[in-house]
Design a protein. Sequence first.
Length: 103
Amino acid sequence: MELEITQESADFIGERGGRLYLWQETVGKSWATDHVAFVDPGRGIRFTATWAAGVAVLLADDLELPRRVRIRLDHIPRRLHVEWDGARWGQRGRAMGDGGGGC
């Protein structure tokens, strides 16, 4: 997996503890929502860390790994933009920023 992260987004994550968690939760039989947080959501989810630009991006162990994850910082509004193989993380399942440390 290729992890591409801008220094600006790494600084943003660093100011919030230096960790970014990405995971999914199942909704019904064939749907899942994407989630992102700056703190461990708990819930017994296991994560594997990938380090880049001085921060840890933690992906849930049950995710099918992408070929590429890109992370940058949007300015208006000021928030992270995460792309998972070209698709915006969160738009795929319409959920972002929960788990106690939203982005």
